[in-house]
Design a protein around this ligand. Sequence first.
Ligand code: ZN
Ligand code: ZN
Ligand code: FE
Length: 749
Amino acid sequence: MSLIHVKIDISGIVQGVGFRPFIHKLAMRHGLSGFVKNTTFGVEIELSGIPDAVSDFIRDLKKDSPPLAFIDSINVEVLPFPADFSGFSIIPSSADNDKTALVSPDIAICEDCLAELFDPENRRYRFPFINCTNCGPRFTIIKDVPYDRAETTMSGFSMCELCRDEYSDVENRRYHAQPDCCESCGPALFFCGADGQKIRGDAIKTAKQYLLDHKIIAIKGLGGIHLACLPDRDTALSLRFLKHRDEKPFALMCKDLDTAKKLCIISKDEERLLESPMRPIVLLKKRADSLEHISENGYLGIMLPYTPVHYLIFDGGIIDTLIMTSANIADLPICFKNDDAVRSLAGIADGFLLHDRDIFTRCDDSLVWCFDKKEYPVRRSRGYVPFPVKVSKNVGPILACGAEQKASFALSKGSFVFPSQHIGDLKNAETLKHYEEQILHFEKLFDINPKLIACDLHPDYFSSVYADEKSSELCVPLVKIQHHHAHMASCMADNNLSSPCIGIIWDGAGYGEDGTTWGGEFLVGDLSQFSRMGSIRPIALPGGDLAVKEIYRIGLSLLRDAGISSHDIFDHETRDVIFKMLDSGFNCPRSSSIGRLFDGVCAILSLRETVSYEGQGAIILESIASETDKLYPVSFYAQDGIDIIDFRDMIRGIVSDISHGTENSVISAKFMNTLVESAVHVCASLRKKAGLSDVVLSGGVFQNMYMLKRLIKKLSDIGFSVHHHSRVSTNDEGICLGQVMIANEMGWL
Ligand code: ZN
Ligand code: ZN
Ligand code: FE
């Protein structure tokens, strides 16, 4: 039979993930000769063999590729001349630089390494830094590309002979595993007391003893340092007190899936996410109203162990669940350096489980819901970043600077957008510095020199100020993009949509084109333009920003607007002052925000007078809601060509329910049903006007699963195609993706 000669080009994450050895084995298995090498774009393969074997090879290539590999494209070309190969070999890479190759995220320890970790016969028995080609740190230890040990924080550890043999052996599962090491040549784990002085002895054993003594310890992980302690009430409350974290839920790390199942109801899809190599924190429904000191709402954020150190701590079965929260004070970025940790966590941590492999890049744990069988990200970070979002358009070299509170940025090139990890709130100087450093790091890592910069329309966002400076410094144009249009474009890109659609963009706050704060918007448009076609009746916020925390102010404002001037259901000692402010309009900026509407209703139900973090009012209402289909009345009016939802009848209905003793759980559900129903009403009217039936949902409000599920169901029932996020977050973290897509449409590149 005649032989064919083919050339196969593969792009994607195919370097540093065991791809060439995989190709080598696959070629041998199919009796093919030829070679494989790394190139600028990925890998290049040439093969010679019988046609059937070649097509089987290509089939298996797609099916069985290594767990960390991501194949973006495969291009097969049949060469017209015969080849003369003797066997199959891995040949050196082309000399040009490898900068377009993708960088892998950090990956949880794999099954093979885990088995070796607990195998007394293995030379890496209980070695806390065991890893292989399929697992271990990547993004957080890489200083530059090409991905090579010398460009990682492992550069200071030179391999022993045994490790080097494994590293150079193509048949070995540690072939070219850059962080490979062992007890004799790798980093060391150690335990320090509160004063930062090393304590002699087995570090893991000491750490476990501290934990069992109800102490709080710092544990160095992949992308930063955690504060860990037992999840009992007293220990958790002292951690809250020390960390200035009054109410925001803590994440838990459970020893295994069975332990997690005792705390939460977990579906098959949620199990899959928990156990995925990305190991995100998954938000799960609590089994019972318990662990209030961990999470005051109906959900717990749980993750499974992902480093060898975590497994060693849980080994032995005495500890099965730990609070694992980022080691930082209030809004500062997560600690990731040993000396900083000892200094800044003094007075919080009783001990430190550290090691001498540096973390180069901070990367917090990712946080996701499981929705529609997939991730629904709340925070896309460790395990996912710097994996790109592939978009269906070609995008130029753009830097999108994101928003402010849940800051993130994105750089783009080709068909890829690279959103950054979670950065945090830019209002503090440390976080802003981290943000600026990461932009430079990403530019270097992916070899992108931005020719266009995009930022939010908000003039005072630190990201906008940064964008302004950077654009003058680089002499490249700056595009300012309206916040909700960016949300809409983000969800469109997340779903590879580009033709006109309806966007329901509901969030806490975004700077509107008219200079007021928007947040309950219905947009019609595409990636290049939009019209604001619907919104809600603006809510006056007595005291401005103060009302965002002191939500009783919003409650009073909603009551006043609905003509309820005094009642004995919800009241506050400042009522008369606030009513006076409202009547005069003094320091009462107006906002069409759904987030603020949630806050106000939360206050009217006397659930809270103040909140301590953004979105808390909405989370409380969602967590108490019961199942009902009942609704409140609403009305609609048109203003300047915009359909406005008027919720005053609903507020009157809520007050009447309270006075009739209706349960808060029922009122909360009726309230959310009313929001859903009014959105459906506006969409139906926009469909008549604009003839569109694709709807995208974006904005922080859609972190509310009750609303998300119901709205998708109701809209789908009447023939809309409804699209939601799955690759980037629905909150402001996801905005950078939309900014890239809109800026790219400007036609300036
Ligand atoms: Zn492994
Ligand atoms: Zn070694
Ligand atoms: Fe937003």
